[in-house]
Design a binder for this molecule. Structure first.
Ligand code: C5P
Length: 317
């Protein structure tokens, strides 16, 4: 009898959260808090991080393991955003920070697609469910924003306009599916260093950024028009990313020559996003990159994709 009881799996919750591409990213001058005001349009794509939170004995603390593509590049200590998310949730709810976290990577690492932010969003939702904390959605969103500027969007998913640090979100209307191919590089780019280079290149400025500059994108999304969307893609961080990685220019060029509807550096890079006419065409864009030997790997996906959600939950037996 006791052998059968001990064979029962411990309670666990598996949650998935999407990566993203910025369809537009406009960056204002750096503020006193070290952050830049943004006007951005996020689209979640069908590349997912999965976080499984498993119950451990009281006092065991937080532990973390990682598997999947490029997982060796991901820290497994308290610097990992998923770990920090679990610790923050425990702190705010007064619950014990006891959980074994496992991340299965599905979003490129340090690529400007918010894989780390997706881990944080998934860990918040997974621990909230495992610990039966019942934290209201609005408070989860606040904790998400504390963990990182892109974390609230990973909770929300779909397509949304982001202002503030990119964490104040308004859902956007879209029609249909958009077909993307992402080309990654072997070595990532650090987000703060790309923002710093942006400051160096931009010089002192008082410019204000507003989402009103992106009406073309909003029209294209509402019409489900990939040709118009491709033409309207815009990223202020593309110039600094190219300055730090001049070889990215060729990645943009190859996809453009292969007939991409639009090509843009994703977020702070170095991943490049190419928009295709169809799933097949997106695959062909990836094949062109592979043939030209300008990317480390290709990842095809569709957007918009749903936000963070529970996939499975194993209850106490
Ligand atoms: O919020 P998160 O930790 O993802 O941001 C990483 C870094 O990127 C920040 O420390 C800051 O240097 C830069 N950043 C910024 N302005 C933003 C978002 C991020 O300067 N709106």
């Amino acid at each position: 009898m006791s052998a059968r009881l001990s064979a029962a799996p411990p309670p666990s919750v598996r949650v998935r959260a999407p990566g993203k591409v910025n369809l537009a990213l406009r960056v204002g001058p750096v503020g006193d808090d070290g952050y830049h005001p943004l006007a951005t349009v996020f689209q979640a794509v069908s590349l997912y991080e999965e976080v499984t939170a498993t119950q451990v004995p009281p006092g065991a603390g937080i532990s973390l393991t990682v598997s999947g593509p490029q997982s060796e590049a991901v820290p497994t200590d308290e610097t990992n955003l998923a770990w920090r998310a679990a610790a923050l949730l425990a702190d705010r709810t007064g619950l014990a920070a006891d959980v074994a976290l496992h991340i299965t990577k599905g979003v490129p690492v340090a690529g400007g697609m918010a894989g780390g932010s997706a881990d944080a969003a998934a860990a918040l939702v997974a621990c909230d469910a495992l610990w039966d904390a019942g934290v209201p959605r609005t408070e989860l969103v606040e904790m998400a924003a504390e963990l990182g500027a892109d974390v609230p969007f990973s909770l929300l998913g779909h397509t949304a306009v982001g202002t503030g640090r990119g964490d104040l979100l308004t859902p956007a209307m879209t029609r249909g599916e958009f077909h993307w191919c992402f080309g990654t590089q072997r070595t990532g780019l650090s987000t703060p260093s790309v923002f710093r280079r942006f400051d160096e290149l931009a010089g002192p400025s008082t410019g204000v950024v507003t989402p009103e500059d992106d009406t073309d994108i909003m029209h294209a999304l509402r019409a489900g028009d990939p040709v118009a969307l491709g033409k309207a893609l815009h990223n202020d961080l593309e110039a600094p990313a190219l300055d730090l990685r001049p070889e990215l220019a060729e990645v943009l060029e190859v996809a453009t020559e292969a007939g991409a509807l639009g090509v843009v550096v994703s977020g702070s890079g170095p991943t490049v996003a190419a928009l295709g006419r169809s799933r097949q065409h997106a695959l062909a864009l990836g094949a062109a990159w592979t043939a030209a030997d300008v990317v480390d790997s290709i990842w095809c996906a569709t957007g918009p994709a749903p936000g963070t959600q529970v996939v499975t939950s194993v209850a106490r037996q």
